[in-house]
Every structure is written in C-alpha cells, then in structure tokens.
Design a binder for this molecule. Structure first.
Ligand SMILES: N[C@@H](CCC(=O)N[C@@H](CS)C(=O)NCC(=O)O)C(=O)O
Length: 205
C-alpha cells in the first residue's frame, strides 16, 4: 500500500472513523492536523491541492487524495473482515453507512459541534433556530438504532463491520450535543461492546 496521510481535525468524528478503521487493521497512518474552526480547510492551497469541497477528512494515498470518511474507510478495509463478502450483507453495511451520513451525522454530529465545540452563545440566529429540529431528528436516529440493537448485536452481517465504526464515531459523543443516551440502553450496551473490542482506540488517542 502507498504511504497514507490523514488530513484531519482531531476533534472530528468523521476523521476518527478512519483512525479507528486503521487501528483495527493495524495500518499505520501519518496525521496532518487542520483547525476547522479557524477555516484552515478553506484556504486556496487546501481547496486546490487537498479537497475542492473544503472539508476534512481526506485520506492521501501516495499522490492521490480521497475525501469522504466512508470512502476512506472502505479503501482501508478492502478485502478485510470489516467488509462482508456476502452480497446482501455488503449492501446492508453500506445501507447503515449511507443512513449515518443522511439521518444521523447531520443531526447528532452537528449538535455536538454547535454545543460542545462552538458553544451555544456563539451560534448564529439560524443555527439557534435549527436546534429543536436537530434534537428531534437526533433522537429519532438514536431510537432507530436502539430498536435495531434490541434485535441484533451489530448493525450488519451479524458481526462488527464498518457500519459499526461509522455509527460509533458520533454516537459515543452524542451526549456532548445534549442527546441523553440513557434513553437508549441497547445503544449504550453496543457502545460498550465496540469499546471492548481488541484494537479499539479512543477518539483522542
Ligand atoms: N461527508 C463528509 C463530511 C465531512 C465534513 O463535514 N467535515 C467537517 C468536519 S467533520 C469539515 O471539514 N468542516 C469544515 C468546513 O466545512 O469548513 C465525510 O464523511 O467525510
């Protein structure tokens, strides 16, 4: 494999997904930090060279740049047990990863970013007005996860896959955004299962 560099902000759960995947697979990755709160992913140099979309994470593979956390996790885990081979299980894993990006991350991660990393006092009027809707949608996402986890130990294929990594990243810090996880006991039990796996690393590790 070519040399790997993760362009990241260490506070970002999307970046953590990639570090967690690499940790489970024993793949070494060099890290390059940017501060998103200072606009460091919006400079001309970053937009031209790293990601025209102005966001981290970006996994650099040799001279090539791969934005999007899910794409980077799939690149790292190619051919490994973290991606099911069975056709249905593979698609089901992707189903949860797509769901995470559309229904979960925009609510659960955004609430954490606004409340824990920016601070409610510094939110714009529009952001403050959006809080109740984000909270309702965040709880809806956690409820759906809890219902699934009352019936299954893992999200897809009956075992730990990239779907669990993608969902773990922001779920385990949902409380920082004001979403009380104690309402979701099956989610809490699953978080503990993930954290107990060999190879697990903490978000700030
Ligand atoms: N869908 C993307 C989301 C990337 C994203 O939203 N990155 C945020 C940090 S988690 C970012 O770079 N924000 C800085 C900005 O938009 O300026 C992924 O999964 O990688």
């Amino acid at each position: 494999m070519s040399a790997l560099i993760l362009h990241e902000d260490p506070v970002s759960g999307n970046c953590y997904k990639i570090r967690l995947t690499a940790a489970h697979l024993g793949i070494p990755i060099e890290r390059r930090a940017y501060d998103i709160r200072r606009g460091e992913t919006r400079t001309a140099a970053f937009l031209t060279r790293v990601n025209a979309n102005g966001r981290i994470p970006v996994l650099q593979v040799g001279d090539d740049y791969l934005p999007e956390s899910a794409a980077a996790c799939i690149y790292l885990a190619h051919g490994s047990a973290l991606i099911p081979h069975d056709r249905f299980d593979h698609a089901d894993m992707l189903r949860w990863m797509f769901w995470e990006q559309y229904n979960h991350e925009p609510n659960v991660a955004t609430l954490r970013f606004w409340r824990a990393l920016i601070g409610e006092a510094h939110l714009t009027e529009a952001q403050r007005a959006a809080l109740p809707a984000k909270e309702a949608a965040g709880h809806e996402a956690l409820k759906l996860m809890d219902e699934h986890l009352q019936r299954a130990e893992w999200f897809a294929a009956g075992r730990f896959t990239l779907a669990d990594i993608a969902l773990y990243a922001y779920t385990h810090v949902a409380g920082e955004g004001g979403l009380n996880l104690s309402h979701y006991p099956a989610v809490e039990a699953w978080l503990a299962r993930v954290a107990a796996l060999p190879g697990h690393i903490a978000m700030d590790g």
